[in-house]
Write a protein that binds this ligand. Sequence first.
Ligand code: DC
Length: 230
Amino acid sequence: MKKIIIAIDGHSSCGKSTMAKDLAREIGYIYVDTGAMYRSVTLYAMRNGLFNEDGSIKLDELEASIKDINIGFQLNQETSKPDTYLNDENVEQAIRTMEVSAHVSPIAAVPFVRTALVAQQQKMGEAKGIVMDGRDIGTVVFPNAELKVFVTASAEVRARRRYDELCAKGMEANFADILKNVEERDYIDSHRETSPLRQADDAIVLDNSNVTIAEQKEWLLNQYLRVVAE
Ligand code: DC
């Protein structure tokens, strides 16, 4: 069967990763969570004092360090899902904290950060057979992807999902703070100058506010089967 590139874009916490991961596992494709890559750069910047007190970024220092930031993914045998590695350290948990979420949007808006990560992402997709999720996959990273999906859901539904996810992991969570963070990130992600979040003209839209994970999984598999049969 022909191998394709599947680009899944959309708002934060709308279940993109879950559906992308499940599909990749089911059809034997590589899965890449590009949000995890921006989060890893953010974690690196936080740990290395690259944020000023007012939350702005020490751009010159970050630019000088960007070549020292190596991000990769390795399959976790226990969860059967890929874990994110920053310079050979497993940071899968560390990049999901509220603190990283609160700092990631300005990092993702820095043009040289995007240039570096987009180049890595394009390399990962050279051999196709990949499901990649993010904000600019169908528009910038793989404008020629054979299947593009744009996922969305209401901010309240997305905040509730992230809240439940954090609670399930035993992490601290406050619903009002999470909703505020989701809304702020939507705004910054859609209004930044470089690669703002927008739907590709040829993307299929999925609003999953009232769709179960199982229904969404089946819908995506059918989209894939339709494209490979073409
Ligand atoms: O999907 P996520 O919430 O883990 O993404 C974290 C942040 O990274 C989010 O604020 C948007 C940004 N991002 C991006 O700008 N481009 C991508 N391809 C993926 C994520």
